[in-house]
Design a binder for this molecule. Structure first.
Ligand SMILES: [Zn+2]
Ligand SMILES: [Zn+2]
Length: 305
């Protein structure tokens, strides 16, 4: 009966359209994949932030443990775009180990059936790093391809990441997202980048590692989400003079994040890359609120904004 058939086709079309919408939400989600620092902490991975929009994830930094958090977001929270082998884009703020530990895991996660190879954008040095990483990965790839039936391998060289060394300015743009890099002061680490990300419904600034920066505050003016690194300024005062000088030139105290927020007035300030020393989360938020009366949240891994 053609009438029934038409109804069935319509029904199936509706179902497939619903499935597409649920797996590829147009609304931008920001998933915090890691809020830690070089000091290992059990419940905080190294830094990582994912901007998920229109079926794709754009990841900023690959701190140690962030790939496991991406798996958790994908499997337990239903954010399928964060299945590691489906992540195509990685942007790096700088090449400190706590921001790059998981690049290899991300690039080679089920590499033989990766739909697309990992594309890495980062500062000078990332091209050589990626080349050496690819060479090391080849040893495993050669072993695996010998022992794996050919029909299971969709890309014999799927583990090979590509690298693009970036400068300040527009570094990536497609129909869904625009990614701009700007330099930030992070001790002697030059360049070190922050990123401003624009989608159809959200603007986001990610600080990376930075000392107080008025340029960052300018870039963050009026954004929906300012994701900023933080340390407890109160507790830094009781550290040795060496660490006070080092951290003072490299990182931002909570009250200075508050000063930046006063200039930028973002929708929400999200604190990550948290140097607690021995402060509590509430104490760090209170330090920022001493000078800023807006919305401040100290992030935990897997928070979604
Ligand atoms: Zn760091
Ligand atoms: Zn750093």
């Amino acid at each position: 009966m053609p009438g029934c058939k038409r109804l069935l086709v319509l029904f199936l079309m509706c179902i497939s359209a619903t499935a597409w919408v649920s797996s590829a939400q147009a609304e931008t989600r920001v998933v915090i994949l890691g809020t830690g620092t070089p000091t290992p902490v059990a419940d905080r991975s190294g830094p990582g932030v994912a901007v998920v929009v229109n079926g794709a994830a754009y990841v900023f930094d690959a701190g140690g443990g962030m790939v496991e958090k991406a798996v958790e977001a994908s499997v337990k929270m239903g954010i399928r775009e964060l299945n590691p082998q489906d992540i195509k884009y990685l942007f790096l703020t700088h090449l400190h180990s706590d921001h790059i530990h998981d690049i290899g895991e991300l690039a080679s996660s089920r590499w033989w059936s990766r739909p697309q190879r990992l594309a890495i954008y980062g500062p000078k040095g990332i091209a050589r790093y990626t080349q050496l990483m690819n060479e090391a990965a080849q040893i495993e790839a050669d072993i695996r391809t010998v022992g794996t039936p050919a029909q299971l391998i969709t890309d014999r060289e799927g583990y090979l990441a590509t690298a693009t060394e970036i400068e300040e300015g527009l570094v990536f743009e497609n129909a869904d997202i625009k990614v701009e890099a700007f330099t930030v002061p992070h001790g002697e680490i030059r360049p070190s980048f922050g990123y401003r990300v624009t989608t159809a419904d959200k603007t986001i600034v990610i600080s990376g590692d930075t000392a107080f920066s008025e340029e960052l505050a300018e870039m963050a003016k009026g954004v929906d989400i300012l994701i900023h690194e933080v340390m407890s300024g109160d507790k830094l005062a009781s550290q040795s003079e060496f660490w006070q000088l080092y951290h003072g030139a490299s990182h931002t105290s909570a009250t200075d994040v508050g000063r930046i927020a006063n200039i930028a007035r973002p929708g929400v300030v999200v604190l990550y890359h948290i140097l607690f020393f021995d402060a509590t989360a509430d104490e760090i938020v209170a330090e920022a609120k001493r000078v800023y009366d807006g919305n401040v949240i100290l992030a935990n891994d897997l928070d979604v904004f």
